[in-house]
Design a protein around this ligand. Sequence first.
Ligand SMILES: [Zn+2]
Ligand SMILES: [Zn+2]
Length: 198
Amino acid sequence: MAKELPYQVLVRDLPTHRTFQVPPVLVADWVKGMPMRDALDAPEGDPEAGHGVADLDLYADAAHAFATGTFRGEVTVACSRCVSPVKLAIDEKLRVTFMPKHEIPDDDAPGVAAAEGDEGPEVTEDDLDVFPFDGERIDLEPLFREQFVLAIPYAPLCREACKGLCPQCGVDRNTTSCACEPPIDPRLAALKGLKIPS
Ligand SMILES: [Zn+2]
Ligand SMILES: [Zn+2]
């Protein structure tokens, strides 16, 4: 695929209102390598990977650029119990500041967030959504990519009560029952063989 940069906007074109579409082929690429995505074993450029649409107001002051608006879409991952596909909805309000790299507070440094803890000023995560820019063009791709990555929980579920796969024979216990016995804890098995004197 030719290297196009459809998510870059020149600062000299601001202020502007733009709508951006994120196609499945890009979503597939961005979430590749995440365990619950790779578990689906989806084809390259999976048309079912998900999609997104950003609706943004973009503006700038002397040194910064800003994006506010919404990001909606979905991303498909595997259920962490039964491995069937789960569509996760994305519906986020965005409020992002683009600032020169040297101005960005180094709050990724380990320990800083924890140390500031409750005493720090009341700042929500939204306020801290900061991306670097070079003063000439803002690049929205990292922002869009983040929406998909953050939408995927550690252990996604197709439904709260998903029964998962049988650990012995591998059938999906949501749709099929099997006659497998649950494995016996070897310590209990040893006890079973004991004859307790009366
Ligand atoms: Zn499931
Ligand atoms: Zn089974």
